[in-house]
Write a protein that binds this ligand. Structure first.
Ligand code: ADP
Length: 491
């Protein structure tokens, strides 16, 4: 090996040693630094440990706070729940309060209304009390008030004082039968017993004697009612002397009118009887005078006499019928089963002769073939009178129609015509005895009526349990009769 190379290597070795020394120094410095750092780290670790401890303590505290908070939250929850319940209860209470308030309002309203009504009632009571008092004081009826227990008079109105002539003091505190005027009520004590039992007592016409001895007739009515706890009897006493007088006058008038009608009827009947008698007499005279001159004369006179006698006997039998007592007539009725259709056919047949003279047509359609329990003779007479009237009071070339309708156990037979009709004033009277609406028709030779025909119709209908009716039509009139159909007699 060359010396230069060795020197280079030695130099290089020296460089390395120097460098190593430097590095050693640097390492020592680094070691020192490391130591410093370690110390610092140790301090930092200590600090960290402390901090960790502190943090742990804080965490613990936080935990405790959190748990406290949780507890508080729970409590809060509990409280909120309780509050919610309380709120609900309060709401319910409020609602209840509201309903109570509204009920109270309704009750208050009702009470107000009641108070108002009460007020009204009280006012009305007061008014009626005033009215009663006024009536009591000024009325034209005597009023007595009795104590129901003792029968003593507790009040009397001025009218009764004047009516009976006793003063108030003569009435008060006396028993009813102790007052002169009532002494003669033979049963006044008995009557009081009836009052006492709360009954109602009425005397239609009670004779009383006034203090001056004058006799008066009164209507006596008693009623009892409660005044508070006590039963009171009120007797109303009305002076009916005037009314009685008026009634008497009316009754006398009625009897006089009846008598007048009877006399008029007798006069009418006499007149009606006189005409055929005069004709008979005339014919008898004629027959006697002409006997020798004309042999045929007596025959026609006898025919006329015969006709008038028949007419007379008809009038007499109508008169007997209409003037007999009801009971007697009822006994004359011979009940039979009468076929309505046959009855109508027979009567229409009989009336056709008089209808022919005035060219009046008669129709009787759809008459039911039902059975009436009745008297054939009277029923025929009844129907004949109606049909005959429809012809007598019908116009020439007119028409009579007969109908029969069944309803509710009755059959109504009506006879209508297109004749003169009846005035409104006459309509209610046509069924009366001897009533003639149109006097001008009385001379009709064919009618030969004396105003008894319709009263006979009425009598026959009523004797059979039926009714009659008369109506005015636009033209003419309708007369109808309703008769009962007995259940077991229909065919
Ligand atoms: P009269 O014998 O007079 O016919 P009625 O009692 O039969 O008696 O009748 C009474 C009165 O009723 C008659 O006078 C007549 O004026 C009136 N009248 C009866 N029927 C009819 C009729 N169909 N139309 C008009 N008037 C009638």
């Amino acid at each position: 090996m060359k010396k230069g190379q060795l020197a280079a290597i030695a130099k290089e070795k020296e460089d390395v040693r120097r460098k190593l020394a430097v590095t050693a120094k640097q390492l020592a410095a680094i070691a020192r630094e490391k130591e410093g750092i370690r110390d610092k780290l140790a301090v930092t670790a200590g600090k960290l440990a402390l901090k960790a401890k502190q943090l742990a303590a804080i965490a613990k505290e936080k935990e405790s706070i959190r748990s406290k908070l949780a507890t508080t939250a729970k409590e809060k929850e509990g409280i909120r729940d309780k509050l919610a319940v309380t709120a609900k209860q309060l709401a319910a209470i409020a609602r209840e309060k509201e309903s109570v308030r509204s009920k109270l309002a309704v009750t208050a309203g009702k009470l107000a209304l009641k108070a108002k009504q009460q007020n009204k009632i009280e006012t009305k009571l007061k008014e009626s009390e005033i009215r009663y008092r006024r009536l009591f004081e000024t009325g034209h009826d005597g009023i007595l008030i009795l104590n129901s227990q003792t029968g003593q008079i507790t009040d009397v109105n001025p009218f009764l004082e004047r009516l009976l002539g006793y003063s108030k003091s003569e009435f008060l505190n006396k028993k009813l039968w102790e007052v002169g005027a009532f002494k003669n009520i033979k049963a006044s004590k008995e009557a009081f017993k009836i009052f006492k039992e709360g009954g109602h007592l009425r005397y239609e016409d009670l004779p009383l004697e006034t203090k001056s001895g004058q006799s008066i007739e009164v209507e006596f009515v008693s009623n009892s009612y409660m005044v508070g706890e006590t039963l009171v009897i009120q007797c109303n006493i009305r002076d009916i002397t005037e009314r009685k007088k008026l009634e008497l006058v009316k009754e006398t008038d009625r009897l006089l009118e009846e008598e007048r009608l009877k006399v008029a009827s007798i006069a009418d009947a006499t007149h009606e009887l006189r005409t055929p008698l005069a004709i008979i007499k005339g014919n008898v005279d004629l027959a006697m005078q002409n006997k020798s001159k004309n042999p045929k004369a007596p025959r026609s006179a006898f025919r006329a006499i015969n006709y008038e006698i028949k007419h007379l006997s008809n009038i007499l039998s109508d008169l007997t019928l209409i003037t007999s007592k009801k009971g007697e007539l009822q006994n004359r009725i011979v009940y039979d089963k009468i076929n309505l259709r046959s009855l109508v056919t027979v009567v229409v047949g009989r009336c056709k002769a008089i209808a022919y003279k005035k060219n009046i047509s008669i129709t009787a359609r759809k008459i039911p073939s039902l059975i009436i329990l009745g008297d054939e003779v009277y029923l025929e007479k009844m129907l004949a009178n109606l049909i005959k009237n429809s012809i007598v009071y019908g116009n020439k070339n007119g028409h009579t129609e007969i109908l029969a309708e069944e309803s509710r156990g009755f059959v109504t037979i009506s006879v209508s015509d297109d004749g003169i009709g009846i005035s409104k004033e006459d309509l209610p009277h046509v069924f009366e005895r001897f009533y003639r609406a149109d006097k001008s028709h009385t001379s009709d030779a064919n009618s030969m009526g004396i105003g008894l025909g319709l009263s006979i119709v009425k009598w026959v209908a009523e004797a059979h349990g039926g009714t009659v009716n008369a109506k005015n039509m636009n033209k003419g009139s309708v007369f109808s009769v309703s008769l009962p159909i007995k259940a077991d007699t229909t065919q």
